[in-house]
Design a protein around this ligand. Sequence first.
Ligand SMILES: [Ca+2]
Ligand SMILES: [Ca+2]
Length: 140
Amino acid sequence: MDFMITGNFDGYSSFSGIYKNLDSNKFKLLKDSIVPVFRSSVEWGDYNNDNYMDIVLSGSLLEYPSLTQYTKIYSNNKGLAFSEITINIAQADEGAISWGDYNNDGNLDILQSGLSEWGDVFTNLYKNYGNGYIVNQAAI
Ligand SMILES: [Ca+2]
Ligand SMILES: [Ca+2]
């Protein structure tokens, strides 16, 4: 199993990293350009059903002293790299984000909660139509 961590390690910058399991005792940090976030939530899921686990994450990007909310989906390119996909999803931090197939159509949907850039608390459900379309199903 590989894993991903996000967080803040010095108070002035944030970090996101994917670690590939080389064998039972060694992991290698991949050099993918995952947005570095803290106050974050991240989960693996195969949203496009290609049998490669993708990533959804949300959190705060800290480039001291500015702080920006980020929510991104990264598509797994056949285990070789991850690329950010373009999607209309609310930017949030200090929340939770997860995959789940709420309508049992075989496509993983997204449940997102968190704080907007204006400090509003929200929860959104996004339906995955397949073919790259993920649409907000209105605030919950
Ligand atoms: Ca996938
Ligand atoms: Ca679904």
